[in-house]
Design a protein around this ligand. Structure first.
Ligand code: ADP
Ligand code: MG
Length: 384
């Protein structure tokens, strides 16, 4: 659903019998470039998008949490923050309850709360609906408990909730984008130092549209594939004698080719060149603007397809078709083996590109993709 803040507040009152203290919003994100670099201490360049999760919240005088979502009709999940331990809450409620638990575990006393959630971030389309949910709740709790945490600290709280209460071993990119994003900007994140920097990404000004092409496929080897890529990266770093692949540069690749086996070398080459592409993308955006990003996006895709081997026929078809139909550049985004690709297209060609990709999927006998545009928008904030 996509309720306005006022509609969500009214739904909260109908559900819980009292008005909410306020409504908070946090966006999903798209990763522009920098894939599988996060766990190698490297660089990523996501941006917050104009699709977000809203949470209406009211603090309670006890330690009870009651959460409901427009996604799960009628269901109110109840938990007690007192004595709550990692893994105690299951299902979707683990995300919001986990955030309140993570705040408490990090030494920030928060009261129990009633929460009602609504979202325009599609679940599982690679736009991080999970981080949007965590960050909306984190922003609400931070304000309601006057905890005074910085946006970066709130990002860590969201990650702690996802790692420990949900049990998903994710990095901090998604929460960082959702909390620190700004209109017309991407968020550069150094995954080692956790330093961030806003980078101009004025798509409207450049006459460009960023299309998300959700293939709606999720190939079954994705979990094993992710684990084996991580293992290859660790092995590559170990054999090269560096703490992480972040510590290698493109000029080390000749040396690496003589040390590593052929497959490990290609895995390493993806990460090392992808880190360089993120740095190049920051430079290009700062000096020339988004219209000059195309080659970097295309190279990133080729590297994931050929060296890291995490693409699939649907992602390759979406990318190749978008580029043939006029995209400036395109790449798969996210963990791979399915999910979404992005294409940067001149705004006047957005319709043609979408139609071409949809037609190519039909011809190939693939499930019809879901294609929509996103633009860089503001990070988490109070909206009512
Ligand atoms: P994504 O790529 O969208 O982040 P995840 O599997 O990481 O996919 O997270 C999706 C999960 O987050 C959903 O299955 C659900 O448990 C939870 N979630 C996200 N948004 C909502 C919402 N609005 N209401 C309830 N649960 C949500
Ligand atoms: Mg997620």
């Amino acid at each position: 659903m996509t309720l306005s803040a006022a509609e969500l507040a009214a739904a909260f009152t109908a559900r819980f019998g009292t008005e909410p203290a306020g409504v908070w919003s946090a966006p999903g994100r798209v990763n522009l470039i920098g894939e599988h670099t996060d766990y190698n201490d490297g660089f990523v360049l996501p941006f917050a998008i104009d699709r977000s999760t809203l949470v209406a919240a009211r603090p309670r005088t006890d330690s009870t949490v009651r959460v409901a979502s427009t996604f799960s009709e009628g269901d109110v999940v109840t938990a007690d923050l007192n004595g709550l331990a990692a893994g105690d809450v299951e299902g979707w409620a683990a995300y919001p309850v986990g955030v309140l638990w993570a705040l408490g575990r990090s030494g920030h006393a928060v009261p129990g709360m009633d929460l009602l959630v609504d979202s325009s971030v599609p679940v599982g389309a690679g736009l991080s609906s999970s981080a949007a949910l965590e960050c909306a709740v984190a922003a609400a709790a931070n304000d309601l408990a006057s905890a005074g945490l910085s946006r970066s600290q709130l990002a860590s709280i969201g990650r702690l909730a996802e790692n420990e209460m949900v049990g998903a071993p994710t990095g901090i990119m998604d929460q960082t984008a959702s909390l620190l994003g700004e209109v017309g900007h991407a968020v550069f994140l150094d995954c080692r130092s956790l330093e961030t920097m806003l980078v101009p990404l004025d798509l409207d000004g450049a006459g460009l549209t960023l299309l998300v092409m959700d293939t709606r496929v999720s190939h079954s080897h994705s979990t094993g594939g992710y684990a084996s890529r991580r293992a290859s990266c660790e092995e590559g770093a170990r054999q090269m004698g560096v703490p992480a692949l972040r510590d290698l540069s493109v000029s080390d690749l000749g040396n690496a080719a003589g040390i590593l086996d052929e497959e490990t070398f290609r895995r390493v080459r993806h990460v090392v060149t992808e880190n360089a592409r993120v740095e190049d993308a920051v430079a290009v955006l700062t000096t020339k603007g988004p219209g000059a990003l195309g080659p970097l996006l295309n190279q990133s895709h080729a590297s994931m397809r050929d060296d890291f081997e995490i693409s699939c026929p649907e992602l390759d078809l979406a990318v190749d078709t978008a580029v043939s139909a006029g995209a400036v550049g395109a790449r798969m985004t996210g963990g791979g083996f399915g999910g979404a690709a992005i294409a940067l297209v001149p705004t006047e060609d957005a319709g043609t590109v979408s139609e071409a990709v949809t037609a190519a999927f039909a011809d190939a006998g693939f499930r019809s993709p879901v294609i929509f545009s996103v633009r860089p928008d503001a990070g988490a904030r109070r909206v009512a």
